[in-house]
Design a protein around this ligand. Sequence first.
Ligand code: URA
Length: 206
Amino acid sequence: MAVQQPTAIKSLRALRGAENACTRCPLYKNATQAVPGIGATQARIMLVGEQPGDQEDIQGKPFVGPAGRVLDEALEAAGLSRGDCFITNAVKHFKFEQRGKRRLHKRPGAYEIDRCHIWLDSEIALVTPALIVAMGATAVRSVCGKPMTIGKIRGHAIALPDNRRMLATVHPSYILRIRDQDDRHAQFRKFVTDLKAGIRFLKKPA
Ligand code: URA
């Protein structure tokens, strides 16, 4: 991925405006609006998802749909609240396919992830989190700048070349999609374990 510097934008408010005016890839054309990150300005933990879904696109806020409910439950089980975190996505516009009245989620491709990376980088530069939790392959690719296998790095805070720390885990939608209840509960517990590992990392002396 071509290296991009974060923007020189100095506040999250101004950054939100710039994200909303973004035309760096075609996704803005069909989305209702950009969905910038929200949360504590100086949060020590930043949670990064894939892209807004249908509800997020309408409301303009990340993780307010079904995946957001799984995330809220997991945060609570781990002893965190949304107020402790800055929550955002790798891609700021909803990518979907219209089927009748339904808008079906489409996974963003490498081009969209890379074009949108400048906004995530700018959010990181302003919030300066001690730990970035990358949820799912899209977030991992954006945070690391290259694809990585989640199974190999999951649940550990790893140092990135730019000195940032990233902990990779699954995306809450992955848990939602599991049909078997026992399996779903087991994967939910693993997700919570990953979040708890992140909290332990934050509590360690620097
Ligand atoms: N999935 C994401 O990755 N982000 C959201 O904001 C909602 C669902």
